[in-house]
Write a protein that binds this ligand. Structure first.
Ligand code: BV8
Length: 228
């Protein structure tokens, strides 16, 4: 099979071997903290310091992890493939860009970005955030939040993603359990558009039966082999 346009969806599993925790594996993030407390607007309104602490810890963890062979293989594919490659990640870590990917959409936002809920100004943030921080643009205090898409919030760049899914002839899902929508529905959109669909994952995901091809294993083995 030869392809001209590839959309790649990634989830926490692609960063697992870099040492970044996944969410729903044994001992995953959601087994230690209730997502309603830390990954919803309601949780943030209820206890913003708790939410800041949750993201501060994950943001500070970025300095001690590196991209792995899977991230680098996707960057190599983008650099060498004659057609179009788009990586759509559910992850909020920065390992794809540090691994060399350029055509990248963070549909759930980014740990290293924050925005002011009063004036909307966005900026990079690599340190800790607290409710006492003031927006450098409008001066308001306690209005800064992680630029991360919480449950019940609209993921980013959905129009670009849908457009790419309609155009692609290969859709590859890597390291995601297929639990969260709208990302979990992308395989259907790609299939409807006539794309070949592949799942590269450690275990069978919630929706593995929707894929034309499934390969089981660790991302650092499967992805470089797939890209070859
Ligand atoms: C939306 C950022 C609508 C935060 C995340 C009620 C109200 C509102 C919405 C809903 C509702 N009920 C349902 C919904 C929809 C909801 C949803 O899907 N809920 C689920 C739980 C049922 N979705 C939403 O709310 C979305 N928004 O619907 O908006 C709307 C419409 C119009 C206007 C306004 C709004 C927003 C969802 C985004 C939430 N934010 N992340 C953060 O990171 O802190 S989602 C969360 O799950 C994670 O962050 C991650 O991004 C996402 C997916 O998880 P995975 O990446 O798949 O990770 P997981 O651990 O689950 O799986 C890892 C996989 O890797 C496993 O399969 C494992 O086997 C594999 N693996 C492990 N190691 C390896 C490996 N594979 C290979 N190699 C390895 N080494």
């Amino acid at each position: 099979m030869s392809f001209s346009s590839i959309v790649i969806l990634t989830g926490a599993g692609i960063s697992a071997e870099s040492g970044v925790d996944t969410f729903r594996d044994k001992g995953g993030i959601w087994s230690k903290v209730d997502l309603r407390d830390v990954a919803t607007p309601e949780g943030f309104a209820r206890d913003p310091e708790r939410v800041h602490a949750f993201y501060n810890e994950r943001r500070s963890g970025l300095s001690s992890v590196e991209p792995n062979a899977a991230h680098r293989a996707l960057a190599q594919l983008e650099a060498e493939f004659a057609g179009d490659v788009l990586v759509v990640t559910q992850n909020i870590d920065n390992l794809h860009e540090r691994g060399g990917s350029k055509r990248l959409i963070h549909m759930h936002g980014e740990l290293t970005k924050i925005f002011c809920t009063k004036c909307g100004t966005r900026r990079e943030e690599h340190g800790d955030l607290t409710t006492f921080d003031c927006c450098p643009q409008c001066g308001a205090m306690g209005t800064l939040r992680p630029d991360v898409v919480w449950f019940g919030e609209m993921p980013y760049q959905m129009d670009e993603i849908s457009e790419a899914l309609q155009q692609c002839d290969l859709f590859v899902s890597i390291g995601t359990s297929g639990n969260v929508y709208p990302a979990a529905g992308f395989v259907e959109e790609a299939h409807q558009a006539g794309a070949h669909t592949v799942e590269l994952n450690l275990e069978a995901s919630e929706h593995h039966t929707r894929f034309a091809e499934v390969r089981r294993g660790r991302a650092t083995e499967l992805v470089p082999a797939f890209v070859e």
